[in-house]
Design a protein around this ligand. Structure first.
Ligand SMILES: [Zn+2]
Length: 287
């Protein structure tokens, strides 16, 4: 498909208003396209080799994930200077975070699919969605009312099916073994078709950087050490699944976008559903 001019930086301030207007127009177009596409992976149009593979469905929680490829990790093995930040086994750290991210996603995908199936088979929403996390997460992250049957029954843009597809898309690219990792990004970086802007990379508190349609996650020093006040593994997993949404769905931005196109809302939804606390510093990122 098309490419996107923004480089996605995790946990950063909003992009400029011009980017925002452009994103808004892309969002609706992309949602419309997605709801007619049985194979969201084809959104990765400028990595055409992906579309021709006869891979299993890595978006499915029933497909065993591939390992992170050690030779796709830039610091394998780490030099002395990098090792001081990443520790002695960066591939192991990334693998553990990736495994955790997939585990969190799988719970959400299974749970939403199960509830959707029950309601479509005639069950009452009150009986099916009786747990607090689901109701509250739908309401607070996506302004969806769990008792509105249409969000379960329909397949239009702002429905549970859209959420399921987004989470499956993130799951797919974390699980298919093709993601590349840069261990420590520079302050200014070139990534995919995204614009090269001074300071667009790892500066200050940025944890990771990615670019829509480009299968690489650039990790920054805080990703390796900052636990965000929760625990390090969950904090690292959150970043990976957040970036995976940017990479797979180039129109998904950050807080400058509406909630359906804000990666923070998706990662916070995943945390809610798994009964995990959203890091305090990020609570306002999904308004
Ligand atoms: Zn982001």
């Amino acid at each position: 498909m098309e490419h996107f001019a923004l480089t996605r930086r995790d946990d950063r301030l909003p992009a400029h208003a011009t980017d925002r207007a452009r994103l808004d127009s892309l969002v609706e177009a992309s949602i419309a396209e997605l709801s007619h596409s049985p194979a969201p992976r084809r959104l990765l149009g400028f990595e055409p080799w992906r579309a021709f593979e006869a891979d299993p469905d890595f978006g499915s929680p029933n497909t065993t994930p591939r390992s992170v490829r050690a030779n796709f990790v830039s610091c394998n093995p780490p030099s002395g200077a990098i090792k001081a930040i990443t520790g002695p086994d960066p591939v192991g750290v990334i693998q553990a975070a990736n495994t955790r991210a997939i585990e969190l996603l799988d719970y959400v995908i299974r749970d939403l699919q199960g509830k959707r199936d029950e309601i479509r088979a005639g069950a009452a929403t009150a009986a099916t969605v009786e747990d607090i996390p689901t109701r509250e997460a739908l309401r607070t992250r996506f302004r969806m009312n769990a008792d509105d049957r249409s969000i379960w029954m329909e397949s239009s843009a702002r429905t549970v099916l859209t959420l399921i597809r987004r989470f499956r898309g993130a799951r797919q690219i974390l699980a298919d073994g093709w993601m590349r990792y840069t261990c420590l990004g520079a302050a200014t970086i070139t990534l995919g078709k995204c614009d090269l802007t001074e300071g667009n990379g790892c500066t200050a508190d940025t944890r990771a950087v990615s670019c829509g349609g480009h299968s690489r996650i650039v990790l920054c020093a805080p990703w390796w050490s900052d636990d965000l006040g929760i625990n390090k593994l969950d904090a690292q997993a959150r970043t990976l699944l957040h970036e995976a949404l940017h990479v797979h769905f180039g129109f998904i931005g950050d807080r400058e976008s509406g909630n359906f196109a804000n990666a923070h809302c998706y990662d916070q939804f995943v945390f809610d559903m798994n009964w995990l606390d959203v890091p305090t510093a990020l609570v306002g990122s999904c308004p």
